[in-house]
Structure formats: structure tokens, C-alpha cells
Design a protein around this ligand. Sequence first.
Ligand SMILES: O=C1C[C@@](O)(C(=O)O)C[C@@H](O)[C@@H]1O
Length: 268
Amino acid sequence: MLSLPFIASTPQNIKRPKVIVPFAPRTLDEARAAGEWAARARKAGADAMEWRVDALADSVDLLDADGPAAQALEEAQLAIQDQRELPVLITVRTAAEGGQADLDDAAYAKVVSGLIRRTQLTPPLGTQPRIAVDVEVDREPAAQLCKQAGELGVPVVASHHDFDRTPDTRILLAKIRDMLLMGADAAKIAVMPKEPSDVSRLLEACASAVEVAEVPVIAISMGPLGRSTRVFGGDFGSAATFATLGDEPTAPGQIPVEKLRSVWTELY
Ligand SMILES: O=C1C[C@@](O)(C(=O)O)C[C@@H](O)[C@@H]1O
């Protein structure tokens, strides 16, 4: 298994999942503030940041592998590394899964593959990878992207989102199994509950996946109804949770990182 420093992987700290705070700049100017933003995130208690590259989709061409978005990302990663290396999860969330990047499978493969290649070049020689890449398991090139990342030593957090419903438990577990078969270094599911039993079912699926998976599992129930999973998901084996840094949430139900920390400090 590849090391994935921003994901809790030992039973001792599982109750306090790692906190990943999304950074979603919409313009290159906003992206240039990444180093500063990372410093604030670290101070507020983030264990890692997620760079939502898809948020740039309206202002730059994500498909241009050597274009401004890729260069901004590289500059920003260097700036972030100066901030005592807050680990980064790089995500291109497609419109099909609630993101801003309206890409077909071929375009998704091109953008993510380009990021994997650049990511591999970014950490200074001889240091551990501190950067992982999100791969949506439902995109046709997912397996090929996981393979490429594995060959280049870039950890993959495979993901599946459903903003409309919580699929059957059988489907949730099959998604996680697909992620593991593709060689992902972590498996993440974020789904929308319609009723309380959807939330408990998601947590149950998480707990049973954790028993067999050899990599960290992240399970999130979104929206106000699913908020408990963002706070107490660790009790069911979920290895990480996403929280805001005073910015707009990147998914419904996210809570501020400071609030999350203070609840945990009181309870655990
Ligand atoms: O996969 C996830 C989880 C998430 O959707 C959430 O529900 O917090 C937020 C996204 O930014 C991230 O890529």
C-alpha cells in the first residue's frame, strides 16, 4: 500500500478522522493565494487540504496540460509546501458528480492524467508523496488512471458521489470493492440521505467495508441530515472528513473546521 499521510490509517486515531479542508479558487488570482490559504487552514486545525481544480473550469481551459491552470497548480503546490507541507488532495470533480468540470470521459482522462504526471514531479526529490489525486470510479478511464498513478507513485483517493440519493447497501459496497480492485489507496463515498435510515445504512456500510478493506475508507452522508457522519464518522471507521475554512462549502452539510475540532476536543 502506498503511504497516504493525510488519511488516518491506524485504529488508534480512527475516532478523530483526518480533517481535509477544500480550497476551491475560481480564478487564477484566487489560486495564487494558495500558500497563504494553506497556512490559515493549518492553523485552524486542517490535516490536509483538497484543491478543487474543477472550480477553475469557468475561467481557464483545464484541458491545456501546460496552460495557466496547470502552471498555477504547480506554483501553488510549491507555495503550499512552504507552509510546512500541508498535504494536498487534488480533485477534478466532474459535473456528473456535482462538480464544475463538464468533461466527457476522454477529457477527464486527459486532465487527470496530466495532473498525475505533474503531481509526480512536484515533491522535492527524496521526500514522501504529500499529494494524492482523486479519481472518480464511475468514469470509464478510472482503472487506467489508478494504474498510471500507481506506476508513478502518486496515491489515489477513489471516489463516488450521489447527490440525489443513498444507493442500496449492495451498490455502496460494490463501489468500494471496485475502488479496491482498481488499486486505489483510499476509497471514498459521499451520498445524499432522504431519511434517517439512509444515514445509518451508510455508516453500517462503512463499518463493514472497513473490516475487509486494506486501505482507508471515507464515508459521508451529505446535507443537514447527514451531518453526524461528518462529526462521528470516525466511530464507524471513516478515515477522514471534509470541513470548511469559512469559505463556501464544496458539498452540503460541511461544517467549519474549528467547530469540528472543538466538538472532538470536548468528546474524545
Ligand atoms: O469527495 C469529496 C467529499 C465532499 O463531497 C463532501 O461531501 O464533503 C466534498 C468534496 O470537495 C470532496 O471532493
